[in-house]
Design a protein around this ligand. Structure first.
Ligand SMILES: CC(C)(COP(=O)(O)OP(=O)(O)OC[C@H]1O[C@@H](n2cnc3c(N)ncnc32)[C@H](O)[C@@H]1OP(=O)(O)O)[C@@H](O)C(=O)NCCC(=O)NCCS
Length: 433
């Protein structure tokens, strides 16, 4: 694969440098310039850093005083990022920031090209991210690949019964790495279809480094927003085996009409329907609370079918993971499809020209796929951004075509592709990386 370096050039006076532990304060300072925060660099310095230095890159300016940085970016190594029916090595792009003094001079553009080049060198077929602002990343070939739900579920909301739910025992405890670390790590990477043995929900990245877990479990009081209590956990067990857990923090609000506290949820993981029913039964009925607010739920989370009155939860949808296909051949051959498919896709990619051109994709439903270059005329044409949007199975190619973003050149090609690229589980990542 070659890489078109024409974009990756930084403006005069700037250069990339891989950062080291000595750059920690400069990194934190830059991060708080990009993302305003009341905490000082010294206070941030007390938190474990979730990053690994070999994947953390700065942009320096020759005039930046005191060794200061003009921009930073980093990535997490997701060696087993779930895609439909499989996992693929993926870079989780993160900590992207440009100092306000250096913005709109092309530093982000050059950093993205640097990042994509490194992805290729490391054999990562995908780059994924959460976007601080949704308008930023489309230009770089990232497509909105997943949505998630924000809910406000009234306390005591009625849930449908699930046989076996009442066979669970419940533990409600202070969250503690020594006590819960192993079960949280194990259950978090488990959720798939209830039948078991099927691969995980697409997009459901789990923390793969100790640095990320340390950061997850760190819970200093100074960083608890809005009067939230320390981190708590509910674990539901059946026959002594953990089958689900949720992390939460409560806030109190005393009104003349009575207490109106809120349960703020973190992870919510259940291995089957009975465990989900048992878990939600606890989460929706905590004393002194008036609502439970989940964060980052997949749009098809079990709770939406368990709730007798889902409308009352006031669902809002927002963008979750964005995906950039870095290597079309590896990405398309590296996932499975939910119906037979034999199509030629014409792809445009202005940043990674090796991705551009016609690709013949062949697969049997839920079987392995092949993707090869071809001279044949495309059945469908789309940009790599739309390929990223459709890749995890959460955005229909037909919906993208309805917006003029996918062109159909042969009968039924769009319907066949849209059906094949879908997936039984909606994609989502349960935490912001
Ligand atoms: C977003 C950010 C990284 C952009 O960096 P930058 O160096 O100014 O970006 P560039 O100069 O390379 O801009 C490239 C293009 O993206 C556009 N762009 C940049 N930021 C944008 C934004 N927030 N919304 C819409 N477009 C944006 C630019 O206008 C430019 O467009 P053009 O090519 O048509 O001229 C920077 O403003 C920043 O650090 N913001 C605060 C932190 C943040 O949001 N980080 C992203 C975390 S996911």
């Amino acid at each position: 694969m070659t890489f078109d370096r024409s974009h990756a050039v930084l403006p005069d006076g700037y250069h990339h440098r891989r950062l080291t532990a000595d750059d920690r304060d400069a990194l934190l300072d830059l991060d708080t310039w990009a993302f305003p925060d009341p905490h000082s660099v010294a206070e941030f310095g007390e938190l474990p850093l979730p990053l690994t230095w070999e994947r953390t890159v700065g942009v320096e300016h020759e005039d930046a005083a005191g060794g200061g940085l003009a921009a930073i970016h980093a990535s997490y190594a997701f060696s087993r990022f779930p895609v439909p029916g499989a996992t693929l090595p993926t870079a989780g792009l993160t900590w992207v920031g440009v100092h306000p003094q250096h913005r709109r001079r092309g530093l982000l553009t050059a950093m993205i090209d640097h990042h994509l080049e490194e992805c290729r060198q490391r054999g990562e077929a995908l780059s994924a991210l959460f976007a601080a602002e949704a308008a930023i990343y489309g230009r770089f070939g990232y497509g909105k690949a997943a949505d998630d739900l924000r809910l406000t579920v009234p306390r005591g909301a009625a849930l449908r019964d699930v046989p076996g739910a009442d066979e669970h025992t419940v533990r409600v405890e202070h969250a503690d790495r020594a006590r819960h670390g192993e079960l949280v790590a194990r259950l978090h990477r488990a959720p798939g279809l209830p039948s078991g043995g099927t691969p995980n929900r697409p997009g459901w990245a789990t923390r793969e480094s100790d640095a990320l877990w340390e950061s997850y479990w760190a819970d200093p009081k100074a960083f608890r927003a809005g009067g939230r209590e320390s981190l708590r956990v509910v674990v539901v067990e059946r026959d002594g085996e953990p089958r689900g857990y949720a992390t939460f923090r409560r806030t109190m609000d005393w009104q003349v009409t009575g207490p109106r506290g809120t349960v703020h949820l973190g992870d919510v993981v259940a291995l089957d329907a009975a465990a989900a029913r048992a878990l939600w039964g606890v989460l929706l009925d905590l004393d002194l609370m008036s609502s439970t607010d989940p964060f980052l739920l997949p749009v098809d989370d079990a709770v939406m079918s368990l709730l007798v009155d889902p409308r009352a939860a006031g669902a809002r949808i927002t963008d979750n993971v964005w995906v950039r296909v870095v290597d079309v051949r590896a990405a398309l051959a590296g996932r499975r499809y939910q119906s037979d498919v034999d199509l030629v896709l014409g792809v445009t990619d202005h940043r990674l020209p090796d991705n551009a051109g016609s690709w013949r994709l062949r697969a049997a439903a839920f079987g392995e796929a092949t993707c090869e270059r071809t001279d044949a005329a495309p059945d469908l044409e789309l940009d790599v951004r739309e390929l990223g949007a459709a890749y995890l199975g959460g955005t229909s190619l037909a919906a993208l075509a309805a917006a003029g973003l996918v062109a159909e050149h042969s009968p039924w090609a769009l319907a066949r592709a849209a059906a094949a690229f879908g997936w039984p589980l909606a994609p989502a990542c349960g935490w912001v990386f």
